[in-house]
Design a binder for this molecule. Structure first.
Ligand code: SF4
Length: 322
């Protein structure tokens, strides 16, 4: 136990950001592996993950504007505001690739092809000034886990005929397909948004609309996939949040974030191939310093808007210069 306590530090302890609220993605990270959660909350990012995250964030800011304007001009400005072309890579994650994808997105989101209208945030939701886009909606609620759950819905839409309101989750992937999107059919992040929306909307939502954009150098693509969320899944989700939050509290109190070796690769979980954990190289090292050519430290989006809405004091961003 002592060695594990020492190893977990990796010289990173000063960068660890203790949670003041729980996000669906951080809960998933915690449930997969306590150590990967620790690295994530220290701000450790592999170069590949940083490029993918920044490209995805810039597109998140842009895509609802395309639907709103039926034009890409304002969307490209929003994209440019968050993208650093120095990070451009050969996988199509560059400004030209983004514009091609936004043009394709426009063609697939005309009123004739897209039977939804964007709708304003439900009353009680937070529209944080530091959101990815002006359509991003922050939902915060008490799930009995000791800390509020805060989830960011990319935008809300209403179906023109049924008038059903759907929270939308936007995803980018190099290999966009129905198979990829079916991975969200039973997913804690998606269920969280249904639970959060149902706390605020007068008419229960049936689920979450997942909108995918393929990002590749060869072809632009986009797909839409409704995920229906049952009441049972929502009840299961609340118990899962409470258990995972209890684990997190224990790790933070003890300062020990154990490795979960079953979370390193899909084979150990599901007996099949796939992407392994982004921190696999770092996990093999004896000290953080040895990994500096593969990883960097980045401050999270500071969450200032959420802090303000939750009544928390402003906080300085962690030092990302190390
Ligand atoms: S490589 Fe495995 S043990 Fe290490 S952080 Fe990732 S999942 Fe956890």
């Amino acid at each position: 136990m002592k060695k594990q306590s020492e190893n977990v530090l990796y010289g990173l302890k000063e960068h660890y950001v203790q949670r003041e609220w729980l996000s669906p993605s951080s809960l998933s990270s915690m449930a997969r592996c306590w150590r990967s959660y620790y690295f994530d909350k220290c701000g450790v990012r592999s170069l590949g993950a940083r490029v993918a995250m920044q490209f995805g964030s810039a597109l998140h800011a842009a895509v609802p504007l395309v639907i709103e304007d039926q034009h890409i001009d304002r969307a490209v400005v929003a994209f440019d505001g968050l993208w650093d072309e120095e990070l451009a890579d050969e996988k199509g994650r560059n400004r030209a690739g983004a514009i091609k994808s936004l043009m394709h997105w426009l063609g697939e989101h005309t009123p004739e092809k897209y039977p939804y209208d964007l709708v304003p945030p439900p009353p009680g939701a937070i529209v944080a000034a530091d959101g990815a886009s002006e359509w991003e909606v922050t939902l915060a609620w008490d799930a009995g886990a000791g800390l509020p759950v805060v989830g960011k819905v990319d935008w809300f839409v209403r179906h023109r005929e049924t008038e059903d309101v759907w929270p939308v989750e936007f995803k980018t992937s190099a290999r966009m397909s129905e198979w990829f999107l079916s991975g969200f059919d039973r997913n804690p992040q998606i269920i969280a948004y249904a639970v959060g929306a149902n706390m605020l909307l007068p008419k229960p939502v049936r689920g979450v609309l997942v909108e995918g954009m393929g990002v590749s150098k060869t072809r632009a693509s986009c797909l839409r996939h409704p995920v229906y969320v049952s009441e049972q899944e929502q009840e299961d989700w609340v118990l899962w949040v409470q258990n995972t939050a209890a684990d997190l509290q224990e790790c933070e109190e003890s300062g020990v974030f154990p490795k979960n070796l079953a979370g390193c690769h899909p084979y150990s979980m599901f007996g099949c191939g796939g992407w392994g954990c982004d921190f696999a190289d770092l996990c093999r090292l004896e000290s953080w310093d040895e990994g500096l050519d593969m990883y960097s430290l980045s401050a999270e989006r500071d969450g200032g808007g959420v802090r303000k809405a939750l009544g928390l004091e402003p906080k300085e961003a962690p030092d990302a210069s190390a």
